[in-house]
Design a protein around this ligand. Structure first.
Ligand SMILES: Nc1ncnc2c1ncn2[C@@H]1O[C@H](COP(=O)(O)OP(=O)(O)OP(=O)(O)O)[C@@H](O)[C@H]1O
Ligand SMILES: [Mg+2]
Length: 264
């Protein structure tokens, strides 16, 4: 176990394959150590991709806590204690990984204190794992909300479209603007075909993006998703899985080197 986990956040345009790649990341990294998966997309679907049923999400706990009147909390326990306890209880503990689902974001009202506690609980809890994987919501909102603050690697997923590339470029630019420092921002191009690969390479260069790998369009993924089957069951020899694993192998090696240099 490490003093600090390697945190990998996955972002990008809607429907590009963030959840698909997040679930493969969970599967890959859980072979090498403990994994904490966080579904930070309000329109959550990482649990299905991982074949897990969750009891409750953070959004629901947050609302419950806000609804409790201060005088109804027992004197020996503050709302903060209660919130912390509930958060730890809703983390699904599996054999290969643990999972926390954030759920819907806040409604009206002041959530600053409660979000601060949430941040603290996640930061403290994350230290118990080798790898933390965060499946973000589509677009850029998570950057301004700083959900992904503190990630070591931000993987921006694009599909084989110019729109996907332009979103990736905006994620990179905005993270510099709002001063969120990732050690690295990299791009994975997903659903790529032999016809589109060179176009993506060209677009990546033009937009100053570091495309670290290409995952092919794989009909097996659509088939599994259509049937609501967990992507953890995809055969390893499937072209999508083997290309993703090759990319993740490089990410893991880099994280190991960084860890060694830090003197871990
Ligand atoms: N390599 C691939 N080959 C074929 N289909 C794929 C591939 N990757 C993802 N898909 C399909 O693309 C769709 C979107 O994938 P996924 O849900 O992982 O994207 P997402 O970025 O998480 O979407 P959202 O923005 O809605 O959260 C799914 O229907 C999935 O089956
Ligand atoms: Mg998703």
């Amino acid at each position: 176990m490490r003093a600090r986990a390697t945190t990998i956040a996955i972002s990008g345009k809607g429907g590009t394959g963030k959840t698909m790649l997040s679930s493969l990341l969970v599967r890959y990294f859980s072979r090498y150590g403990s994994v904490f998966a966080i579904d930070a997309d309000p329109d959550s679907n990482l649990p299905e991709a991982l074949g897990v049923k969750i009891k409750k999400d953070v959004g629901a706990v947050r609302e419950d806590i806000l609804d409790i009147r201060a005088d109804k909390v027992s004197p020996s326990m503050t709302k903060k204690d209660l919130f912390e306890m509930e958060l730890l209880q809703i983390i699904e503990e599996g054999k290969a990984f643990d999972l926390l689902v954030m759920g819907r974001s806040e409604g009206a009202g002041c959530y600053c204190t409660i979000n601060h506690i949430l941040r603290e609980v996640i930061d403290t809890k994350s230290k118990n794992y080798d790898t933390v994987i965060i499946d973000c919501e589509a677009g850029l909102e998570h950057l301004s909300r700083r959900t992904t603050r503190g990630a070591d690697i931000m993987i921006v997923v694009t599909d084989a479209t110019k729109k996907g590339i332009l979103t990736a470029r905006r994620v990179k630019e905005l993270s510099l603007e709002v001063d969120i420092e990732f050690d690295r921002i990299v791009v994975i191009a997903n659903k790529v075909t032999p016809e589109t690969r060179h176009i993506m390479e060209e677009l990546g260069r033009e937009n100053g993006l570091d495309i670290i790998g290409y995952v092919p369009f794989d009909p097996l993924i659509s088939q599994y998703d259509a049937m609501g089957r967990s992507l953890l069951e995809l055969p390893e020899e499937a072209p999508s899985v083997s290309s993703a694993y090759e990319i993740f192998g490089r990410i893991r090696q880099e994280a190991e080197e960084k860890y060694r240099k830090r003197g871990g």
